[in-house]
Ligand binder design. Sequence first.
Ligand SMILES: [Fe+2]
Ligand SMILES: [Fe+2]
Length: 224
Amino acid sequence: MKNEIYSHVPTDVTALEKIRSSIPSYISGKRLCHTYSVEKEALRLAELLFPTLGVDKKYFSDISAAALLHDLTKYLSYEEQISLCKKYAIPFGENDGSDTAVLHSRTAAYVAKEDFCINDTVFGAIYCHTTGKEDMNIFEKIIFIADYIEETRTHESCIKAREYFYSNAELGADLLKTLDMTIIMSLDSTLSYLESEKKPIDSQTIRARNFLLAEYALQRSVQE
Ligand SMILES: [Fe+2]
Ligand SMILES: [Fe+2]
């Protein structure tokens, strides 16, 4: 298992408290419950995964910050999302999903940066939390999958992914591989959904899946 080395300054206590106390003025109702549940799930995942990857506990604050801020702009309309894309020069167009479901992750990252001065690690985890991307770091993977498997998610595919991860973790399986396989499960089900609904598929979703599949195919060929 490769170690991930981080040397950036983590989100400090004061900044995290400001984020925590401000969130209810951006998000309410079910989405607020989901937000808190993503933080709880992401911290649970970080507690399992950080030690195995050699990531310092001081970075738990980045996990909390990214989880609390990840859906900051989800309440905005499509027109408002596009207006923020133009403001922050966020690419949108033919090669990606470009609907609110995808764009909110990108606009949330920029609004969080402007309103809360988040660091690049938190920014990156928020930016790709809906689509994933190639070669995600552990912060990006944790926020991506916590958003999918947190306890208030009741869709069958979310429950299946949650059970898959924790049952394998309990059995002592390779945690990073289990996380990656859970991410592939979630990407597969997202792709099936988008296909069945005739909705556009963001190119990053395909890239994220292809990258993980290639990584594990390579490992298998080295072992054989
Ligand atoms: Fe989201
Ligand atoms: Fe979310």
